[in-house]
Write a protein that binds this ligand. Structure first.
Ligand SMILES: *[C@@H]1O[C@H](CO)[C@@H](O)[C@H](O)[C@H]1NC(C)=O
Ligand SMILES: *[C@@H]1O[C@H](CO)[C@@H](O)[C@H](O)[C@H]1NC(C)=O
Ligand SMILES: *[C@@H]1O[C@H](CO)[C@@H](O)[C@H](O)[C@H]1NC(C)=O
Length: 242
């Protein structure tokens, strides 16, 4: 046989072989089935706002909520970040008259964020936040809780709106930041948000420039008045001294 023919046959055999192994190789499908895990990022980015609705067994909404969520993991004083992706987040929970729990589970077993809403008379608020983050790949899990709180108090039938970022220290190593929040719990009319109530942080953010402006104007007035008074005083006293 010619050298070329042998070479050609070799190439054909090798190619055929690798095609066969590629087709039979179970690895790619196995990888696709691997549960995804949260990947911590060294840099902070603004989380995407997700819309979540929890319904009772009759199909009536008991919690409607939109927000962006960022987890902050602190390890050896160095923070890293994970933003919750609404497209891979599953909403579950339970609705009751006085206490409802919204559970957001992400990336299979990658972690969750549970919010407990309570109703006291006409007041609704968030009483408890639990967070869990399982980055996998030999990394340790992070979890934490804050409870017995009265966060985001709102009158029943109204929705609370909070553009400002709120940060919660769930444990020494785990924090969660919530941005662009709007929610309503227990009483929703046709599953829609009711009249909006502004959170305190937003109110303060809005009022700070006004206070600052007023302060600057006030200080300027004082400065001008002092200058005029001192000038007048000097004018009267000045000649006496000479
Ligand atoms: C959050 O709620 C889900 C569903 O009720 C539960 O399986 C999970 O353990 C809860 N997570 C935490 C950290 O409590
Ligand atoms: C709740 O609000 C309704 C009307 O807004 C009022 O009639 C009722 O007395 C309130 N109940 C409580 C417990 O404050
Ligand atoms: C972290 O949590 C996952 C489930 O969310 C579990 O499968 C895994 O064993 C945990 N890892 C450690 C180190 O505790």
């Amino acid at each position: 046989m010619h050298r070329e023919t042998i070479l050609f046959l070799l190439v054909v055999i090798i190619m055929g072989n690798s095609l066969m192994t590629a087709a039979l190789d179970p690895k790619p499908t196995e990888q696709a089935n691997l549960p995804q895990r949260p990947v911590l990022q060294p840099k902070e980015t603004v989380p995407v706002t997700g819309n979540y609705v929890l319904k009772d067994p009759t199909g009536t909404s008991c919690i409607k909520l939109s927000m962006g969520v960022e987890y902050v993991v602190i390890e050896k004083k160095k923070p890293s970040y994970f933003n919750l992706d609404p497209t891979t987040t599953k909403t579950t929970g339970r609705c009751a008259d006085k206490e409802s729990v919204l559970s957001l589970a992400f990336l299979g077993k990658g972690g969750d964020l549970n919010l407990t809403f309570e109703k006291e008379g006409n007041l609704t608020y968030v009483s408890k936040i639990t967070g869990h983050l399982a980055p996998g790949k030999g990394m340790k899990n992070y979890s934490g809780v804050i409870e017995h709180e009265k966060l985001f108090p709102t009158a029943a039938g109204r929705s609370l709106k909070c553009y400002s970022q709120t940060e919660f220290h769930l444990s020494e190593n785990l924090r969660v930041k919530i941005v662009s929040l709007q929610f309503q719990a227990f009483k929703l009319t046709n599953g829609n948000f009711g009249e909006e109530v502004e959170c305190r942080a937003d109110f303060i953010q809005k009022i700070i420039p006004i206070i600052f402006g007023a302060t600057v104007v006030g200080l300027l007035l004082i400065a001008v008045l002092s200058f005029l008074i001192i000038r007048d005083h000097h004018r009267q006293a000045g000649y006496d001294r000479i």
